[in-house]
Design a protein around this ligand. Sequence first.
Ligand SMILES: [Zn+2]
Length: 206
Amino acid sequence: MDNYCFELITGPMSCGKTEELLRRVRRCIIAKKKVIVISPDVDTRAGGDYIESRNGLWLEAVKVKHAVQILSIVKDAQIVAIDELQFFDKNIVPVITKLMNDGKKVIGTGLELDFKAEPFGSMPELMCIATQVDKLHAVCMKCGCENATRTQRLIDGKPADKSSPLIMIGGDETYEARCIKCYELPDVKHKAKFMGLKLLQFNNSK
Ligand SMILES: [Zn+2]
C-alpha cells in the first residue's frame, strides 16, 4: 500500500517514451516484481499483443478497449505499465486512482499534445494525478535541434490542415517530431473566413 505511485512519461512522437517505459519495466522484472503491461486496442503501431519501442525493444502486452477493463485484469500485479494513455476513454483517470489506492505502482506513457497542439485525451488530468511526470524531448526532424515538443502531422508529405479529420482514410499520413519553430498547422477554413470578412469590409467601404 505504501508503495503506490504513478510515474507518467510524456512528450511528442519519437521522444523515446515507450523505450523509457520498457527500461523501467525491465528493472521491475529484474527485481522479481509481478508486472502487467497494457496497451489500448486502438494502437496500430504494434500489430500483435505486445508493445514495441522504435529501437526494436518489445514486451508482451494485454490489449484493452475500455479503461475499466484494466481493473479486472491487473489481479495481483504489483506494477501496472500502460502505454499510449492518450487513447483511453476518460475513465482512465479514476481507474489509475483506484490502482494507486490498491497500492500498485503505475508507469504510463502518453502523447501530451495531438497534431493540432491541443491536449490529448485525458493527459491533462493524468499529469495532475501523477506522482512523477517526466517530459521527454525529441530531435526536430526539420532543423535537427533537440527541443522538439510537437507532433507534426503530414499528409502526402505536406503539413496537415487544422480541419483534417482525426482518423484519416487514404492519403499517405505520417507523423514526425518538430520544435515549436518548425511546427506547422495550416488553417485553410479560418483563412477563408478571414478573407471573406476582408472582402465584406472592402465592399461596405465603397
Ligand atoms: Zn526545428
